[in-house]
Ligand binder design. Structure first.
Ligand SMILES: Cc1ncc(C[n+]2csc(CCOP(=O)(O)OP(=O)(O)O)c2C)c(N)n1
Ligand SMILES: [Mg+2]
Length: 502
């Protein structure tokens, strides 16, 4: 027997998708039932489509192959938009498979009928034929009637073969050759796991200074090459080579106003990440670097920047003097997290503070973040998807970021929980906005509307989802830290007055 449901699933299997997150509904019941009856597929269940789509994005981050979220018709489809956007900018193969009512229902106002066809606009390909595997795909299936199959069957998932990205090494070579005379700084944002080793050895051979974000996965391995971003304020080099995703720090944004610094980006999405003039190579970063062949040391350039090194010394002194400040506690967390198997760093201050204040000696086994559109939505869900099969996983999030994704722990019973640590840095709102110089003159009322201060305690939320809980408001609080078989929520409350001195 063949049904539209069966045909659609077969297409996805051929495209290399063997991982599905299903959300309940009547219109997609045939799809869900078919997937649940299959041998050889991974099927996750969630009731909330926004989180489900981010979870699916996390799965794609984890294994690099497509993962599909399966929704019913109506607003359920629309809930997937934020994750689709994130997948678009990070070039991840997230698939949305949405059940729809037949064409004649469009525009009728009938129950649960919305304009689903093309709802994601330019963010997603609309057919397998136009999909290159480097970003999201939306397949919308109009169903006359729902066909539910009850029999078990065996699914055969084929290999996933995304189109190869360009292979352009010449502009990179030219950029490096010229850099000898102008001074080159490398800025490394998030990297795909398979690119990390190549980037690391390449930078070591070049011997140039590097500002590396924690989600590059190489930050802590760089040793002497790693320099602090703060040291470059007002002291920009002639050239910047950016590898991977857009770096999180201030310096990258400042480049917007410094056109005299030439920038070349090598990244998967081919977007320059700057509105002003710069160059970009759209490519798998590791592949282009391998194509370049052995890199030659760019002799004395590094010496120009050695003066930047002491900057870390100043940071370390402050961390010691202010141990219960937010940076101080983040630093301590960064040491504890080295015992984990993986680390997800949330947006807003967590990723920035980890870059600036995290330990710099021990690389993390696997590191993730969502830096495509810098959203604070879906962060916990993405983390759970990315580490569904990994024990001892650490995720570090802001308080508003956590409050945004309160239903994410619904997935906990389906994922590996042993040694899982969910850290929430509860500084009472979106405190990144207190750091923005442009916002320093706000009145109390204006500040409240932007920072959105809050005073919730996460203990009962932890209990609600069966998670263990530990509250830490000073360094010594870590003495009680112990992971177990259940997820442990660590609510970290920094000392505001110490944080203010940073
Ligand atoms: C979906 C979404 N809404 C709003 C924002 C704007 N935004 C950026 S950071 C932030 C505050 C986050 O607060 P919290 O998670 O507590 O982190 P903190 O700034 O305190 O580190 C907001 C609202 C965003 N990035 N994404
Ligand atoms: Mg906060």
């Amino acid at each position: 027997m063949t049904s539209p449901e069966r045909e659609m699933i077969n297409e996805l299997l051929k495209a290399g998708c063997g991982d599905f997150v299903v959300c309940g509904g009547a219109r997609n019941a045939g799809l869900v039932a078919l997937l649940e009856a299959a041998e050889g597929l991974q099927v996750w269940k969630h009731f909330e489509e926004r989180g489900a789509a981010f979870f699916a994005l996390g799965r794609a981050k984890d294994h690099g192959r497509p993962c599909a979220v399966v929704t019913t018709s109506g607003t359920a489809v629309a809930e997937c938009l934020p994750a689709v956007i994130e997948a678009h900018y990070t070039c991840l193969p997230l698939i949305v498979l949405s059940a729809d009512r037949p064409e004649e229902f469009r525009g009728s106002g009938a129950p649960q009928v919305i304009e689903q066809e093309g709802i994601f606009g330019n963010y997603a390909a609309r057919s397998l034929q136009e999909w290159d595997g480097h970003g999201p795909l939306h397949l919308n299936v109009p169903l006359e009637e729902v066909t539910v199959e009850f029999e078990e069957w065996t699914a055969e998932v084929e290999g996933f073969l995304p189109t190869r990205l360009s292979f352009e090494v010449r502009s990179l070579r030219d950029f490096l050759d010229d850099g000898v005379f102008r001074g080159i700084l490398a800025m490394v944002g998030g990297l795909e796991p398979e690119d990390r080793e190549d980037v690391f050895y390449f930078l070591r051979e070049l011997g140039i200074p590097v500002i590396a974000d924690v989600n590059s996965g190489i930050r802590e391995a760089l040793g002497d090459l790693l320099v602090a971003e703060g040291a470059f304020t007002g002291n920009l080099p002639g050239r910047i080579l950016r590898l991977g995703e857009v770096p999180a720090g201030r310096l990258w944004r400042d480049l917007e106003d410094h056109p005299s610094t030439e920038v070349l980006s090598v990244c998967r999405n081919g977007l320059p990440g700057l509105a002003r003039e710069s160059k970009v190579i759209r490519a798998g970063v590791g592949r282009v670097i391998r194509g370049l062949g052995p890199a030659e040391k760019i002799g004395d350039v590094r010496d120009d920047f050695l003066k930047a090194r002491p900057f870390f010394g100043l940071v370390d002194e402050k961390l010691e003097a202010l141990p219960d400040s937010e940076p101080g506690l983040v630093n301590l967390l960064s040491v504890y997290a080295t015992t984990g198997e993986s680390l997800f760093v949330g947006n807003s201050l967590p990723i920035r503070e980890w870059n600036d204040f995290g330990q710099r000696d021990t690389p993390y086994a696997r590191v993730f973040a969502n830096r495509g559109a810098n959203g604070i939505d879906g962060q916990l869900s993405t983390w759970l998807g990315a580490t569904a099969e990994t024990p001892d996983s650490w995720g570090v999030f802001g308080d508003l970021t956590t409050l945004y994704d309160l239903a994410a722990p619904a997935m906990l019973s389906q994922v590996e929980q042993s040694g899982r640590v969910l850290v929430v840095i509860n500084n009472g709102g979106g405190r990144i906005f207190d750091k923005l110089p442009r916002l320093s003159g706000l009145t109390g009322k204006q500040r409240e509307a932007i920072v959105q201060p809050q005073k919730v305690c996460l203990q009962s939320w932890a209990a609600m989802w069966g998670m263990d809980y530990l509250k830490i408001d000073k360094r010594e609080g870590f003495d009680d830290f112990e992971t177990g078989t259940k997820t442990l929520v660590v609510e970290v409350i920094p000392d505001d007055s110490q944080s203010a001195e940073f």
